[in-house]
Design a protein around this ligand. Structure first.
Ligand code: NAD
Length: 249
């Protein structure tokens, strides 16, 4: 067994920046052909596509709102038509709209639950049949330590990220007999655009609560994804791997 992803085809949602971009490039470095989806940033997505191609792999950048099931089905159909199969899906697209519960409005709740949770249902569902035909696959869903421990001011995000864990374990049980594995990566505090919005005091507090004493980087999350994508994890399903410097242990 090896970590090689040579001959594998992958899709990473929200792959134009941050953790999704790092995952897309890491998968390509390990030999996979990689498609990314993006919501709005066509230029950034095109740059990631070109970086993947420079690594000698096939690449696609597809505009697709992850909440839209019909568009999700089109994306999976295009990949199967053009590349013959889909081996690995990384459900990375996600958003935050933080507020205290007493101040949280319906839109903040609905947007976060819908984007973070329905997107995972959409791609996992759409990929299931092609993966069954191909006699196997690996789904990797990006949750968060906030889905494990909760966080004041992030009840919508915590609920969505905890929901991802429950969904993934159910999916893993339903599809194990088809050799389809499903696992979760739960990052802690990772330096990206998402965490750039946090103020200095909050960031220092997060670092103080992290046993390894520092923020993580997107590549460290991507490394866990490579393991779960590869045959090195062939007996691992329904698992949650925290990449959090020990924050939620
Ligand atoms: P980011 O905001 O930099 O990137 C999120 C990506 O998701 C963007 O490319 C965005 O366009 C895409 N996206 C959002 N809504 C979408 C939609 N409806 N359809 C398609 N794409 C959509 O954030 P990031 O920090 O790179 O986070 C990536 C994932 O990791 C998210 O699921 C996030 O919740 C999770 N996460 C991040 C951290 C962190 O510290 N950065 C910690 C734990 C978990």
């Amino acid at each position: 067994m090896s970590l090689s992803l040579e001959g594998k085809t992958c899709l990473v949602t929200g792959g134009s920046r941050g953790i999704g971009k790092a995952i897309a490039l890491r998968l390509a470095e390990f030999g996979a052909d990689v498609a990314i989806t993006y919501a709005r940033s066509a230029d950034a997505a095109e740059e990631v596509k070109e970086e993947i191609e420079k690594l000698g792999r096939k690449a696609k950048a597809l505009q697709a709102d992850a909440v839209d099931l019909a568009r999700t089905e089109e994306v999976i159909a295009e990949l199967v038509d053009d590349w013959g199969k889909i081996d690995i899906i990384v459900n990375n697209a996600g958003i935050t709209k933080d507020n205290l519960i007493l101040r949280m409005n319906e839109e903040q709740w609905d947007d976060v639950i819908n984007t973070n949770l329905k997107s995972i249902f959409n791609y996992s569902k759409a990929a299931a049949k092609p993966m069954m035909r191909n006699r196997g696959g690996s789904i990797i869903n990006i949750s968060s330590v906030v889905g494990i421990s909760g966080n004041a001011g992030q009840s919508n995000y915590a609920a969505s990220k905890a929901g991802i864990i429950g969904f993934t374990k159910s999916y893993a049980k339903e599809l194990a007999s088809r050799n389809i594995r499903a696992n979760v990566v739960a990052p802690g505090y990772i330096l990206t655009d998402m965490t750039d919005q946090l103020d200095e005091k909050v960031l220092q507090g997060i670092k103080d609560e992290t046993p390894l004493g520092r923020a993580g980087n997107a590549e460290e999350v991507a490394d866990a994804v490579v393991f779960l994508a590869s045959d090195m994890s062939s007996y691992v399903t329904g698992e949650v791997i925290r990449v959090d410097g020990g924050m939620a242990m």
